[in-house]
Design a protein around this ligand. Sequence first.
Ligand SMILES: Nc1ncnc2c1ncn2[C@@H]1O[C@H](COP(=O)(O)OP(=O)(O)O)[C@@H](O)[C@H]1O
Ligand SMILES: [Mg+2]
Length: 349
Amino acid sequence: MLEPPFVDRDRELRALENLVTSYRPLPIYLYGPEGCGKSRLLREFVTRSRGRSDVIALYVDFSGYDARRAVDLDSILRSSLVSHNRFISAFLDTIRSLNMSLNYEDVLSVSLSFLADIAARAMTREEVRGKGLILVYDDLTRGVGDLRTLANILKSLYNYIQEAPPRYGLGFLNVVVTTSEGTSLREVSRHTYVSRPMLVWNLSKDSFEDLFRRLNPPESVSFSDTWRLLGGNPRKLWELVKMYSWDLESMTRDHYDRVRRIVRRAVNMGLGDLLRRAAMDIAYLDEAKGSDVEALIDFLVEENMIIELGLTIYGDRVEQDLEIGVGRYYAWQIPMYRELVLKTLSSSL
Ligand SMILES: Nc1ncnc2c1ncn2[C@@H]1O[C@H](COP(=O)(O)OP(=O)(O)O)[C@@H](O)[C@H]1O
Ligand SMILES: [Mg+2]
């Protein structure tokens, strides 16, 4: 099995469908913890839209993409998943025929719109007339690297959403951009040319248990321990199966070094005590005030240890669950981290 069987996500799929199958003035920005299932959700969405005649959806994976090199279109395109086969082959042919040997470092923001441009042009006008084009740029932040370029890209995508539909006779053009990375979120939230960042969260306890059971756990592994440490994160569950053969202890041990380094840095910044409180109770970060608390939050967000909780893609808040480190405004990305933080702080570092 290369991937676990797909579970749940009914609400998210419905919300996505509502979001992207009609005109939206702004690019849609999705974020969520690493491994919570953003890419899988979007690929599932694109695959399901295959049967529709009113939209064309294109998925481009930017996670392995290096903006510092000239754009490697082949690797971008190899990882594209498109809902219309004929569409993708036209798309590929057009791009190849352009013989793109340019270095796109400085014009990356243009090049993304350019991809969309080619996509629209690859169809004849008759074929696209009135249809919606949905472009999913997954993990764009990681691909792009720096925040200034990201802001430029989002701006140009915003302009493009307005310009492209009349030019190609499209019904509308929607762009979905994702990230798991906390720092960019703040940069993005400051701008008016993207949607409010929308949160995709880990699986609910029931769905996580469903997935857990379907993966045939050995009897010695309890669901409650798995939930307490992994808190609904499907990537971590899959790692537990594939890399650790269900051995939660060795998995936890393997995460210890990374957490220990982060804790050491926090302690050296004079934030050890606050960190202990946050690890004991994430709600502490929701309530406490002061520049030290702000510094700790910034640090933990930057290290992808905690994540800021905004409204989800379907407009709700994630349910608080202090046992797995989910507060009102902040959550540990993986509950295992907070156990490891406490363990590190009580040892000698
Ligand atoms: N709803 C789901 N059901 C089953 N497996 C899932 C689900 N969502 C994600 N996964 C699996 O979890 C892992 C991480 O998911 P991914 O979508 O790559 O996370 P993200 O993009 O948020 O980092 C992948 O192996 C994926 O197949
Ligand atoms: Mg992803």
